[in-house]
Design a protein around this ligand. Sequence first.
Ligand code: PLP
Length: 356
Amino acid sequence: MSQFLRPALAALDPYVPGEQPQDKSYIKLNTNENPYPPAPGVMEVITREAVSQLKLYSDPTIAPLKRAIAEQYGLMPENVFVTNGSDEALGFSFQAWADAEHPVTIPDISYGFYKVFAQLFQVSPKVIPLREDFTLPVEKFCGAGSMVVFANPNAPTGIALPLSEVEKIVASNPGHVVLVDEAYVDFGGESAVSLIGRYPNLLVVRTFSKSRSLAGARIGYAMGDPALIDDLERVRNSFHPYNINRLSMLAGVEAMKDTAYFEDCCKKIMATRQRTAEALKALGFTMTESSTNFLFAAPPALSGREYYEQLKDRGVLVRYFGGSRLSPYVRITIGSDEEMDVLLAKTREILKEAKA
Ligand SMILES: *Cc1c(COP(=O)(O)O)cnc(C)c1O
């Protein structure tokens, strides 16, 4: 840290991404990536010609991708905002609607970036604890008196809130933006997109990183009332109008159009999740009910940290968060069937040793 850094930045705790080892090859079940490759059309569209066009700036209107997303969800392009990963959509949302005088209500256990953005943009967060069973206390988010941000399904708990409960939160906060982060909704959650026409304060944030197999392309999007999208465009155009590069735009359009491939990948991941959850429960794990591409699970006889470390020694990476309520747990991304078989075999070894 230099002597020049602003005090507010010196004091903040930046987001810590999951380990991304670029050398040793692990079975990587720690950052909720999709085990399946992007839609076949993505590979076709990244041609030598497309690469040669990188000499030109990308399209600052992002129109083709907005159209593809709007078509998919029965919306107008005016309802759609596109960003460099959904983290950027979250960041622009904090910048648009929150500051020192306009706080944000968030759950205590959720996606780590919400607290980081609150610090970065000097927004005081109103932090609401999840219930003992990690469900969201909906009543505490109703009439919150501030912007509300939560993930549905939630991370790292994997628990989904029914649409009727989401609607209660949106309907009871007409004077504030309610941002629903649906990064995992395609794996079994109920989307709030159907409410967009009725609630001008609702913003739904999504990503191509998980269910569309494009984590490395960095594409996120938000859907909501055109006035909210206008607000976000003001921020984007004051910061980085070329936020979507040419290759990612091409890839995103193809991934969004191929509904059959997308649904097939999601279905396979949900089937693998079911099978893995049953096998882990049979070994004595406790876990939440997952509507995501990960399991939030606590091993028997070991702490979350010990299990994480012993898996890592055996070449399998999962995510350990720590902190008083999370320390018994790890978050295990659902990989391919073969990857989950390795996880289960290593887990049996670890449990056998723990008992011996
Ligand atoms: C992964 C994730 C994101 C961010 O994904 P991007 O790769 O930036 O699109 C946002 N919210 C939640 C809850 C996530 O898990």
